[in-house]
Design a binder for this molecule. Structure first.
Ligand SMILES: [Zn+2]
Length: 253
């Protein structure tokens, strides 16, 4: 009887272990868990809320989750290029997640059957989990007349900045003054976004506690050395830590 029970418990544990990112990995003690899903895709979870940002999974060589099972209450889309919009429509339709995007992108997604929350750059919009500040991103939107954005997500008091695809811009200093950023997710790939040198400058302006490089090494055009970036940041800015996340890796804030 006891061994049957043990087998049942072990079986259940195996099932749970085999489904990473399907069930939201809640941070211990109600903390925020940041899961890197590859390229620029992240999952933030806290207190039962799951937020996906730029869920490009199908066709993403780094994808660390399946779009068929991943959970989402909200999906934040920085812009509509395929390596960011990704599986947004399929995940939103399946889960009923609300999709947050700038107006023209939101309109396009509404036409495709998504439940959208249309915002624009400058918004500091309240949500049941906290708020989302919609920031500038210097990049194409992927939709005629649209705007690319970044998001500063305040999730139950923990602040995560997803810069989207962007060049370095001086108003990052303003964002650093307005927000106490716990974790900044910054592109370092170059070619389509800022490269590592400019991302080091961005860290100086944003003054986050933790930096996670993203949008690199997905393909040859954006090949970079994250260890060199980590060294450059941590040498220049004492007290700032760079976390090089592997796809599927979880950072608890
Ligand atoms: Zn991109």
């Amino acid at each position: 009887m006891r061994s049957k029970l043990l087998a049942l418990v072990l079986g259940l544990a195996l099932i749970l272990a085999a489904a990473p990112a399907a069930a939201a990995p809640a941070g211990p003690g109600g903390k925020t868990a940041v899961t890197f899903l590859g390229h620029a895709a992240f999952q933030l979870t806290s207190g039962g809320t799951t937020i996906l940002i730029d869920p490009y999974l199908t066709g993403n060589p780094q994808a660390a989750a399946s779009p068929d099972v991943i959970k989402a209450d909200y999906i934040l889309v920085t812009h509509a290029h395929q390596d960011h919009l990704g599986d947004t429509v399929a995940i939103a339709r399946r889960t009923g997640a609300k999709v947050v995007a700038t107006a023209e992108i939101a309109r396009m997604l509404k036409d495709q059957g998504c439940d959208v929350i249309s915002v624009h750059i400058g918004a500091k919009k309240a949500f049941d989990f906290g708020y989302v500040r919609v920031t500038t991103a210097i990049h194409g939107s992927g939709v005629a007349g649209g705007h690319a954005a970044g998001f500063i997500v305040n999730l139950r008091g923990v602040t995560v900045y997803h810069a989207g695809d962007t060049a370095l811009f001086g108003d990052m200093a303003l964002l650093g003054r307005l927000e106490k950023i716990d974790c900044a997710l910054l592109p370092i790939g170059d070619n389509y976004t800022m490269g590592p040198d400019d991302a080091v400058e961005a860290v100086g302006m944003l003054t986050p506690k933790i930096v996670v490089p993203m949008h690199y090494n997905t393909h040859a055009l954006i090949k970079q050395d994250p260890a060199a970036f980590k060294k450059a940041v941590e040498t220049r800015f004492k007290g700032v830590k760079v976390e090089i996340m592997k796809p599927g890796g979880v950072l608890v804030l």
